[in-house]
Design a protein around this ligand. Structure first.
Ligand code: 4NP
Length: 151
């Protein structure tokens, strides 16, 4: 059975595209389906931020062909795990739910991965070093999450 994991941030151009790329690289296509979305509609159809593309490329991950899309209630039915980057994304995603089953699918990626960070900080208004930090945090989260969710 394929486990479906959706990475969610605000704009779907910085953090969640990177999380999608990292998780795709770490998983097998037969076992996992990985996607990403944003809770906002600011950047619909846009490619990831050039700084996310660059830090991914530095780690041999190509995320340049991703296109931003907005999280929908249907996603919350379709995906087994919805991993959000911060508390704002968490409350935005929970607001789309109308059942406990849906709410139980949503978790902060740091908490779900037992990584010692409160959340994945929004790097959009910062410099390149913020994106390198986000990459490292997300990489740790994905490795830990997979350890917990694979045999
Ligand atoms: P993301 O970062 O949620 O990691 O994609 C942001 C991207 C765009 C904006 C904010 C955060 N924005 O305000 O446009």
């Amino acid at each position: 059975m394929t486990t479906k994991v959706l990475m969610v941030c605000l704009g779907n151009i910085c953090r969640s595209p990177l999380a999608e790329g990292i998780m795709r690289k770490l998983t097998n296509k037969q076992e996992f389906l990985i996607d990403s979305a944003g809770t906002a509609n600011y950047h619909l159809g846009a490619a990831p931020d050039h700084r996310s593309i660059a830090i991914a490329a530095l780690h041999n991950i190509d995320i340049s062909r991703q296109q931003a899309r907005q999280l929908t209630p249907a996603d919350i039915d379709a995906f087994d795990h919805i991993l959000v980057m911060d508390e704002e994304n968490l409350s935005n995603a929970l607001a789309l739910c109308n059942s406990a089953t849906q709410r139980d699918r949503i978790a902060l990626i740091t908490t779900a991965s037992e990584v010692d960070a409160p959340h994945i900080p929004d790097p959009y208004y910062g410099g390149d070093d913020g994106f390198a930090h986000v990459y490292e945090l997300l990489h740790d989260c994905c490795i830990n999450w997979l350890k917990k969710h694979t045999k």
